[in-house]
Design a protein around this ligand. Sequence first.
Ligand SMILES: [Mg+2]
Length: 293
Amino acid sequence: MPLVNEKQDFLKAIGIQPASNPGPRDYNVVSRSQAGSGKLDFDAAIFDMDGVLTKTAAVHSLAWKRMFDEYLRIREDKYGEPFREFTHGGDYRVYVDGRPRHQGIEMFLKSRGITLPPESPEPGGGSESIRSLGDRKNTLFNQIIESEGAGLYDSTVALIQDLLRRGIKVGLATSSKNSAVILQKTGTVRLFATVVDGLVSEKLGLKGKPEPDIFATASANLGVSNTRAIVIEDAVSGVQAGAKGGFALVIGVAREDNVDELRNHGADVVVRDLAEISAEKINQLARAKRART
Ligand SMILES: [Mg+2]
């Protein structure tokens, strides 16, 4: 079956509207001279990627399904275990979603009574280890992004463009190691003056979220102190990082109907989509927070 149909059927089955391919469009920095607005009371905005800028959650789920189904087929051939497919609702949401990659693999395999070593015992690799399954999932994820791109939240792009117009510096802070290809595929590279991703974190030895390191590094790269930078995040660990780092404002984006959860873990304000908030509104909220503290 062609890849595109398979993906669209899968997205429909899990209740997600397939994202339209953004094509070759390139989002540009709008020059400041086009701005016609007053000075804002913060200097930088640091955005998360997966779930805030891009609709990559469904791509992750699909990549997990392909990897596990492939492996379960191998087990059927090799050990005669009847094949039972990996599903979004029964398996992805329960065992994998939100967990570190290797922990998710272990949890799902355990649910099927399968135990694998962390590393392959064979020198050249081999498919039967936690690490090799994780690597395979990552390869599949990259293949899907490479062939189809990733959907964008247009409201996030609009907010970023509005902030840039007003002279705000904008950065990206993500745990993802795939940010370069995703930004390139979505035509959003030029929106971000700095990108601190999983690869940069590894190189610099930064702690992942919920520690504030990657947001703090992004704002430092922009020459702005945390107290003058706002953070926009959709994950619990991300809003925790924003709160810990003493940022000017932490905006939670509740994509999973988890408004209270984000608020309880450190978001100063929670929206379901960034269309609900403007640069002006963010400025008011940041001012109010500063006055309180
Ligand atoms: Mg995210």
